[in-house]
Design a protein around this ligand. Structure first.
Ligand SMILES: C[S@@+](CC[C@H](N)C(=O)[O-])C[C@H]1O[C@@H](n2cnc3c(N)ncnc32)[C@H](O)[C@@H]1O
Length: 278
């Protein structure tokens, strides 16, 4: 699809382009279940800041296509050289020489937080993973506001951070008014020592807030404590231990959501419970 022609430079800055195959699978699957995609009148999804390769937009399309066959993914990148590289990859996809279907509805274009899109279309979902990590914390509100302003009514902005292999992931969900609604932490349970390992991969808005007195610190500390307490059920496996920990968090009054996804190693909490204290 065509980006909106712009006379202005894309909003933002070029940062390291680290990415990788399957790195964002946990977020892809979470978006695939989200009503903002499932009920979208126009299922256009933007992968903003896809990095040195176009692989994550292609994987995002593959996973979303299973639930919305009409989904279309637009990869936006502020670095024109990375757009050129992704376009070459796309030519290989179209030629049928990759594992992706040649007709995959994916395209790439230059763009930044202004999210340029032609023909008045508005995305149902914008995903920006590992983009704000390299910005200053003070840049977050303006970036959120700029991206969210482009969303369709009822749209979803997903902004977060993960490790290189996608085993430790966290993301904030925001609505079209740029209001954060939830924080999700998604972990590989098989090798998990402590849930607070997520602290080093928190979204930019929270990563500097993991200190005593801040709600997100209280949340991760409580998760650690319940994970430790649930070690007695470890013989039944890490999923059982995780679910036991989260039931204890429920009982303690933490506003946890999306119970059906717990067995995947996820926990979603209402933003109000983890938002920065000031
Ligand atoms: C670390 S890579 C992340 C790649 C991919 N999203 C992932 O998580 O694997 C960050 C990318 O975001 C791009 N970027 C940074 N600011 C941007 C902006 N305002 N608009 C679009 N892309 C941006 C950088 O150029 C870089 O390629």
């Amino acid at each position: 699809m065509d980006p909106m022609p712009s006379r202005h430079a894309p909003v933002g800055q070029v940062t390291r382009g680290t990415t990788g195959t399957n790195r964002l699978r946990r977020i892809d699957r979470w978006i695939a279940r989200h009503p903002s995609l499932r009920r979208a009148a126009d299922p256009l999804v933007v992968d903003l800041g896809y990095g040195a390769s176009g692989v994550t937009p292609l994987e995002l399309w593959s996973r979303l296509h299973r639930v919305r066959p009409d989904v279309e993914v637009l990869g936006l990148e502020i670095d024109p050289a990375r757009v050129a590289r992704a376009d070459k990859q796309l030519a290989a996809v179209r030629a049928g020489t990759t594992s992706f279907p040649s007709a995959a509805r994916v395209s790439f274009a230059p763009g930044g937080f202004e999210v340029p899109i032609a023909a008045g279309r508005r995305p149902a979902v914008i995903r920006a993973m590992n983009v704000l990590r390299q910005y200053d914390e003070s840049a977050v509100p303006a970036a959120w506001a700029s991206m969210a302003a482009r969303l369709a009514p009822g749209g979803l902005l997903v902004e977060g951070t993960c490790d290189e292999l996608g085993r430790i992931c966290t993301w904030v969900a925001l609505d079209a008014a740029a209001q954060p609604t939830t924080l999700t932490v998604s972990l590989r349970l098989a090798s998990l020592e402590r849930p607070s390992i997520a602290a080093e991969r928190l979204p930019k808005a929270l990563i500097h807030r993991n200190v005593p007195g801040e709600p997100v610190h209280a949340f991760l500390s409580a998760l650690d404590a319940e994970w430790e307490r649930a070690s007695a059920v470890s013989p039944f496996g890490p999923v059982h231990r995780w679910e036991t920990s989260l039931r204890a968090m429920d009982a303690a009054g933490w506003p946890l959501l999306q119970r059906a996804r717990r067995r995947l190693g996820e926990v979603t909490v209402a933003w109000a419970a983890v938002a920065p204290a000031s």
